[in-house]
Design a protein around this ligand. Structure first.
Ligand code: IMP
Ligand code: MG
Length: 173
């Protein structure tokens, strides 16, 4: 598969973007009570790279969400498949996501986490697919904005596979 892909963002470009995002987060979260919340499974590589560049104390927790009933199309149904293990009440929560497309998944998550009364809630995504329609949630830290392609690699999957590809790519045609 890897050899059939076109590279959208290579390892060097990704590393530079992650460093850029980390610098902003470091500046914004100095002396705050940062709770990183990663959205499984797609976030795992991005989050691992990002948190190692954070120089502020933080906890790291994960939750599992599923939004794709079928392979490519969002069916609008979002479910928490595994929940956080740490309370977030009163804390400065930063959600870390691999990609935001329609924003349906993220909107659901934001609404859910708000009921747990965090002190603040912000969103960081490596990728943002701009479909021309307004995203359903405001994104505080967005890495790359792109159009059209279904992308895989650097944590992102197609039918559960290809998360281990070190760059972000797509199948042409
Ligand atoms: P949304 O609810 O439409 O914003 O979809 C977001 C979720 O769909 C992401 O968290 C991903 O898990 C998945 N997703 C959307 N686009 C892609 C893609 O291009 N590659 C891999 N997963 C994607
Ligand atoms: Mg995701």
């Amino acid at each position: 598969m890897r050899n059939d892909l076109k590279v959208l963002y290579n390892e060097v470009e990704i590393a530079a973007k992650v460093a850029e995002l980390a610098a902003k987060i470091n500046a914004d979260y100095r002396d705050r009570d940062l709770a990183i919340v990663g959205v499984l499974k797609g976030c795992f590589i991005f989050l691992a790279d990002l948190v190692r560049l954070l120089d502020t104390d933080c906890t790291v927790d994960f939750l599992g969400l599923s939004s794709y009933g079928r392979r490519h199309a969002t069916d609008g149904v979002v479910q928490i498949t595994s929940d956080l293990t740490l309370p977030i009440r009163g804390r400065d929560v930063l959600i870390v996501e691999d990609i935001i497309d329609t924003g349906i998944t993220m909107r659901y998550l934001v609404e859910n986490l708000k009921t747990r009364r965090p002190k603040s809630l912000a969103i960081c995504t490596l990728l943002y697919r701009d479909s021309g329609e307004a995203c359903m949630v405001p994104v505080d830290y967005a890495g790359f904005t792109f159009q059209d392609h279904y992308v895989i690699g650097y944590g992102l999957d197609y039918a559960g596979l290809h998360r281990n590809i070190p760059f972000v790519g797509y199948k042409p045609g």
